[in-house]
Design a protein around this ligand. Structure first.
Ligand code: KG4
Ligand code: ZN
Length: 340
């Protein structure tokens, strides 16, 4: 029997609801964002984000059910992000999902946001013929808040091999965009601008941290600030070249470290996930390296890289298969770990 999962995601500035069948087929995926209200501040204001979550949650859930043509009684369960993220934002989605599950007598499933990102790789869009990822997989989750290298032995079995010691790659891109006056969020702006830029124009530092699977990106941000301070308008490279060089420094380190780890650990598959996995340069570099090394790589559809609820519903499905349901006293946790 088909399992229909309602997914709810509210960990940051996106309010999202989705209906997914059997963890793979997306029947509806509605994402609303308070992004425009944060632009003036150059970053997310948690108070604004949580207020907007409250405003958007019900319309987004209603739209997802309507689009999918699914009544609450047809659903198998409700999967909801309960961390990590902004606590005020998380609480809104969690309480909403709990109330919905309670009144419709549906089981509740708490999902880790990073686990959700990873399961974006299991969702297939209608014209997407790729096979699903093989396990064990080596997963790189890169977003605005995280850079995690994860060993996924099996569904639900994760071991964190490395993580960023300072900034996340999305955070570094967002901060660089602010320095370059490119607006918020910076990742997509830098991605776009870099297409016209020379990635070799400026030699920004690459922290490879040999001997570990950890990452570090704060030195890169400092290097950019210094470059901008030292160069006057006349001698400065065009902004597209600066953006492309900065992006190149991040993406080459990610790819280098990911495939070095793959070389060591021989996973069945290398997998990318998270908002930064939408980056066109990272995708191109990863695909080229995977072909060279003869390791299959899985990239989520770009629309499912950034925050959405379809990925939460997919992760919830695999939890349901394992009988991992949550109680009504499930808590939100700003720092919920993916694995111990
Ligand atoms: O996964 P996500 O939506 O939210 C978090 O869980 O953090 O990731 C958001 C991050 C932001 O830092 C944004 O700048 C970055 O992902 N991002 C990108 C691209 N699209 C979004 N970074 C690089 N290239 C992109 N195309
Ligand atoms: Zn995310």
């Amino acid at each position: 029997m088909t399992m229909l999962m309602l997914g709810v995601e509210s960990s940051c500035d996106e309010t999202a609801a989705a209906v997914v069948a059997d963890g793979r087929v997306m029947l509806a995926n509605v994402v609303s964002s308070s992004e425009q209200f944060h632009k003036a501040y150059g970053g997310i204001v948690p108070e604004i984000a949580s207020r907007k979550q409250l405003e958007y949650l019900l319309p987004v859930c209603t739209a997802a059910l309507e689009t999918a043509g699914v009544a609450p009684a047809d659903l198998t369960a409700v999967a909801v992000t309960h961390g990590p993220g902004l606590i005020g934002s998380l609480v809104v989605g969690l309480i909403g999902a709990k109330a919905f599950a309670y009144v419709h007598d549906l089981p509740l499933i708490g999902v880790n946001h990073l686990e959700g990102h990873l399961y974006a790789n299991w969702i297939r869009l209608p014209d997407d013929p790729r096979p699903e990822p093989m396990l064990p997989a080596l997963v790189l989750v890169v977003s605005g808040g995280h850079a995690h290298l994860v060993w996924m032995q099996d569904h639900g079995d994760y071991r964190i091999l490395g993580r960023t010691r300072d900034d996340a790659p999305g955070e570094a891109l967002d901060k660089a965009a602010r320095l370059l006056d490119l607006g918020y969020p910076g990742g997509p702006a830098i991605d776009w601008l870099s297409r016209e830029g020379d990635p070799r124009a400026i030699a920004f530092p690459r922290a490879l941290l040999p001997g570990t699977h950890d990452f570090s990106f704060s030195g890169l941000k400092t290097a950019l600030a210094q470059y901008l301070r030292k160069t006057g308008a006349g001698e400065r490279a065009p902004v597209a070249d600066i953006a492309a060089s900065f992006q190149e420094a991040i993406m080459t380190v990610l790819v280098e470290k990911l495939f070095a780890a793959a070389d060591l650990l021989a996973p069945a598959q290398v997998v990318l996930a998270g908002g930064v996995a939408a980056n066109s340069r990272l995708r191109a570099l990863a695909e080229a390296r995977a072909a060279r090394d003869g390791i299959p790589v899985s990239l989520p559809p770009r629309v499912l890289c950034t925050d959405n609820a379809a990925m939460i519903a997919a992760a919830g499905y695999f939890r349901a298969l394992r009988g991992e349901f949550s109680e009504q006293d499930l808590d939100a946790s700003a720092s919920l770990p993916l694995a111990e």
